[in-house]
Design a protein around this ligand. Structure first.
Ligand code: G4P
Length: 285
């Protein structure tokens, strides 16, 4: 689902988030490992003050492993607990259970001091559209988990998924709105398919991606399309068009079609594991 954000949407999402935050101890925030900063909305830090925080680098399978490690360190240094996950195949899920206990250590300790025993940690999943929230909830909760249903008077209208005796998850994720203050953020989000394709010019976007790939991941385009990476980005897009038979009538190269094909391949991980922004910002273009 791609959502275009208008002030009305934003206000509504924010209000919902504020309501839900009253019910929980821990925010499980999903970011896209290929664009960990661009896919975050930093407002969550303000909204989620006093909550335990866990960041999941989701779609880690599509991102460069060296950068995954760098981003993990980046967020850890800033006080977050971090786990790399692939919500589609379930890798990282076991680790999360332990990290949740670790992230909520203070709350567990506080409860113990007050004589409260066995009060489960309540968590909610949050993130921008398309980051993988539903996939994560399904995989993490699994089919075996029973929904606990409404708790009269306390969490009216809310469904909780009991993960185990220690953790309950709100079954509706918190939707954060992407932040487009910087044009680069919009470009990166568009590359990973998190904003509508018709908002940005696909050809321009393809040229940006080609430049990023050949600068930072040289050889990947060559390997995928059997082309040389010499020449300008436009020329390389032309080579991709030729290699894949993207032609208009009269043998003219179809750059739009080639751009679409490039993005299908990129988003599906067929070009390789690629990260679009660096934890070490100085290296960013
Ligand atoms: P949302 O609730 O945050 O909006 O996201 P959702 O779970 O719908 O996931 C968006 C897309 O991202 C889905 O792909 C989903 O399969 C994919 N996805 C989620 N987590 C991961 C991950 O860790 N790794 C990879 N590679 N993909 C992930 P889709 O193409 O829209 O749907 P589908 O064809 O996979 O069902």
């Amino acid at each position: 689902m791609n959502v275009q954000w208008y002030p009305g949407h934003m206000t509504k999402a924010k209000r919902q988030m504020q309501e839900d935050l009253k019910l929980i101890d821990l925010i499980i925030e999903l970011v896209d490992a290929r664009v960990p900063l661009s896919s975050r909305n930093p407002d969550i830090d303000q909204l989620g003050q006093n909550k335990s925080r866990l960041i999941l680098l989701n779609k880690a399978d599509l991102a460069d492993e060296r950068q995954n490690e760098a981003w993990k360190e980046y967020f850890q240094k800033r006080g977050f607990h971090v786990v790399k996950v692939d919500s589609r195949n379930g890798s990282g899920m076991k680790t999360i259970q332990n990290v949740i206990q670790e992230a909520c250590k203070e709350k567990i300790e506080r409860d113990r001091r007050r004589g409260i025993k066995n009060r489960p940690i309540r968590a909610m999943v949050a993130g921008i559209p398309n980051v993988g929230k539903s996939t994560f909830i399904n995989t993490f909760a699994g089919k075996a988990c029973a929904k606990t249903g409404n708790r009269p008077g306390v969490t009216k209208g809310k469904q909780w998924i009991r993960l185990n005796k220690n953790v309950e998850l709100l079954d509706t994720p918190g939707i954060l709105w992407p932040k487009f203050e910087d044009q680069q953020v919009g470009i990166r989000l568009a590359c990973v398919g998190s904003i509508k394709d018709d908002i940005l010019n696909m050809e321009e976007l393809a040229l940006w991606l080609i430049e990023h790939l050949r600068t930072n991941y040289s050889g990947l385009l060559e390997k995928r399309y059997g082309i040389s990476e010499e020449g300008t980005a436009v020329e390389i897009l032309g080579k991709i068009a030729r290699a894949r038979g993207c032609l208009k009538k009269g043998e003219e190269l179809d750059y739009v079609k080639a751009s679409g094909l490039l993005f299908d391949d990129f988003r599906g991980g067929k070009i390789g594991r690629v990260t679009l922004e660096w934890a070490d910002q100085e290296k960013s273009e």
